[in-house]
Design a protein around this ligand. Sequence first.
Ligand code: 2IP
Ligand code: CA
Length: 390
Amino acid sequence: MSELMHALVRVSEKAADIARACRQEESLFSLLIEEKKEGEKNKKFVTDFKTLADVLVQEVIKHDIGKQFPGIENNIFGEESNEFRNGLGEKIEVRVCETEQDTSRLLCKVLGENTEAAEVLARAAHSDFALPDLGTGDFSIPLDSLGVWVDPIDSTFQYIKGISDSVPNSNIYSEGLQCVTVLIGVYHLQTGAPVMGVVNQPFAVLDPETQRWTGQYYWGISSGSINVNSLQSSAGGAKEHHCSTLAASTQQGALCSVVLSTGEAECVKRVFLEALKGGVHYAAGAGYKSLCVVLGLVDVYVFSEDTTFRWDCCSPHAILRSMGGGMADLKEILRLRHDGTLEERPELMYHTPVQDATGPDRWANKGGLIAYRSKAHLNEVLKLLLKASL
Ligand code: 2IP
Ligand code: CA
């Protein structure tokens, strides 16, 4: 299975490369934006956007992983449908073809015969990335017991806005390209538990001279007695400054900081503002906020609404589990606490849809979430929310 983790990280690097390539060329970027179809709309935004980059990235992930691990492609699920409509109103199914030339020809149709753009994208989709050994160690899980959730580009809104000069507060970016992530999470088809994940941040560091971005990736595996991640290993994508941030943070004990969505309910914001004062941060992107917890920039990420989805959470959830943390279903855990029955922790699950829901809402995290690295922090959050009768 270490090969699967390696393949996931490698394809996430390719995905990040495509995401960066699409942003460099403004004229190309504006061509790529398409409004989401009604049924696929994230109800949070009045206008939500789907980009060709989004669709292409998801197809590249399916293609590459399916090629190396035949059969698994049937269990790779994502936010995007691969149907794309070009300026002429033609419906085109975007996919990665056998050869770069064929992919380029297909993309050309989507791009209104913009051959140059199609060639650049096809080249990126067929490129190969060398990756060092991750140092995951050996372990085995039957491949046919695994499913994969992909969010090709999380925080599409920030991706489209493209702010590159956002200033961080306590190393946390409230907005900007830093909030964009590629999320690939693997879960157990039978139990729904997350087992493996990679979070790739395509726009992590901007070189002020060249104005070019470099990315960063983080991975984790949590399966049975195996719990490893890139933050504890010397290999992999985690740079040292991130590791030291984690070491300095409050791993155990008192709750000092939280990251929230700007769209969080006022009553929840108030609870944390009263208890944590300057420890309350706001940031865009469900993947990025989860990453802030993974990196120890904050203790927890709390979200009480129902507008995150399985594809937003599976990969960071696997990494958090590998650190001894997790992602709890907020409403469910509060309900159990009210009843005084809680010893177990109701975690988000990835294998069953929400009953009676349709479209993307079938895979919404209906009860909200609490992402945490330590159980002590989770308990502190619950105490605060219960005290406020939430
Ligand atoms: C979105 C994205 C948003 C997030 C929302 C996700 O995914 O991560 O930023 O809202 O929950 O579904 P917020 O930033 O307020 O947490 P996408 O960009 O892929 O639609
Ligand atoms: Ca998302």
